[in-house]
Ligand binder design. Structure first.
Ligand code: NDP
Ligand code: MG
Length: 387
């Protein structure tokens, strides 16, 4: 039977690769819904090829124009469009691959309507992990991780009781500035920052990878997905990106997941779980050609964002939501040339310092804190200019 899926963020890095996975397994999937932001030309090509029943774009005006061009497809827009597609009962699975906090409401809509989720969008779990995981458990909805490290951990745990786990080892390439000194990082251009040595990804996550905030967000994501204490989640820098993460069990056995650095593999795993098929010709891993695998501790002096993320995660409450929102605003300010790369962390640190956290936050508390953080970031950014 064909699995009906919807892809939110179909024009992005993850969305496009997910459609390549779908192309490689034509007997397995049918596309029910697609959602994009502003890349309307690509979305139109996708509509022609995959014939979805429902689509959504960011802006109302664009949606109204599209309605004149495209027949027999329900066309929606904005946050309501994303949540309506995610919540459609016709979906067997929805892939949440929009970037940033935009992922939160469609994720909750899918959970409310008992639709299983392939989750690429880590910001959702960072901001509201407590609420998302609790609702998913109550509604018996599966959240399958797409992020390569979490896909690796999911494969290593392989449904074992989490009480058997000693620690999670989350690996990371270290990004483009692993070997640079702090002053070089401070002067990094947007172009240098967007040249990731191993992975080709959207701009936001590529900047996060350069500051190691991405690894910090992933630690919080792992905490919520797998229910493991922060003290038992270790980050290890592994420049070759072959070991995608590992789990140490209480008996001393360490199980790791290896593979070539390709997002097609974790995307396909989430889409076809629990089955595995020969999918895209991504090539197989040759250990002899790989020759060496290096591992080192992350440098928290050079990459303080990772430390901030651990601290926010451990303190809990609304700190992680605030960390995420401050970081999102700071990353876009960097991409727009308003601040230096190292000022991202300064903005996040300042915001976390003055934030009054709410314990056991509900959804309103999280949204309120997210808004507060974005206002704080705007004021902070108004006061500084790049020197
Ligand atoms: P991209 O920036 O490449 O893609 C984002 C997608 O979301 C695009 O399709 C974009 O549309 C769409 N979008 C943005 N805003 C809206 C909106 N308001 N309404 C509807 N659609 C919107 O990001 P990535 O694919 O790199 O990342 C997506 C998510 O997956 C992120 O949360 C990231 O952290 C996570 N992730 C990504 C990995 C990767 O390898 N890329 C690895 C692990 C996790 P458009 O382009 O048309 O404007
Ligand atoms: Mg990752």
């Amino acid at each position: 039977m064909l699995k009906q899926i919807s892809i939110l963020g179909s024009t992005g890095s993850i969305g496009k690769q997910a459609l390549e996975v779908v192309d490689s397994l034509p007997d397995h999937f049918r596309i029910f819904g697609l959602a994009a932001g502003a890349n309307i030309e690509l979305l139109k090509e996708q509509v022609k090829k995959y014939k979805p029943e429902i689509i959504s774009v960011k802006d109302e005006q664009v949606a109204l124009e599209l309605k004149k061009e495209i027949a027999n497809v329900k066309i929606l827009w904005g946050r309501e469009g994303l949540t309506e597609i995610a919540g459609c009962g016709e979906n067997n699975l929805v892939l949440i691959a929009v970037s940033g906090i935009n992922g939160l409401f469609p994720t909750l809509a899918a959970i409310n309507n008992k639709v299983d989720i392939a989750l690429a969008n880590k910001e959702t779990l960072v901001s509201a992990g407590n609420i998302v995981m609790e609702r998913a458990r109550n509604n018996n909805v599966s959240i399958l991780p797409v992020d390569s490290e979490h896909s690796a951990i999911h494969q290593c745990i392989n449904n074992k009781d989490i009480n058997q786990i000693k620690k999670l080892i989350v690996t990371g390439s270290g990004g483009p500035f692993r070997e640079k000194i702090y002053s070089e990082i401070a002067n990094a251009t947007v172009k240098e920052t967007l040249s990731h040595p191993r992975w080709s990804m959207g701009d936001k996550i590529t900047v996060d990878s350069a500051t190691l905030m991405n690894k910090g967000l992933e630690v919080i994501e792992a905490h919520w997905l797998f229910g493991i204490d922060y003290k038992d989640i270790e980050v290890v820098i592994h420049p070759q990106s072959i070991v995608h993460s590992a789990v140490e069990f209480k008996d001393g056995s360490v199980i790791a997941q290896l593979g070539i650095p390709s997002m097609h593999i974790p995307i396909q795993y989430a889409l076809t779980y629990p089955d595995r098929y020969e999918g895209l010709e991504t090539g197989s891993l040759s250990l002899t050609e790989t020759a060496r695998l290096d591992f080192e501790k992350p440098d928290l002096e050079k990459f303080p964002c990772l430390k901030l993320a651990y601290e926010a995660g451990i303190k809990g409450g609304t700190y992680p939501a605030v960390l995420n929102a401050l970081n999102e605003e700071a990353v876009y300010a960097f991409l727009n040339g308003k601040i230096r790369l190292t000022e991202i962390c300064k903005l996040v640190e300042k915001g976390l310092e003055v934030h009054t956290s709410i314990k056991n936050p509900n959804l309103d508390d999280i949204i309120h804190s997210d808004n507060w953080a974005r206002e704080f970031a705007k004021e902070f950014l108004n006061k500084i200019t790049v020197s």
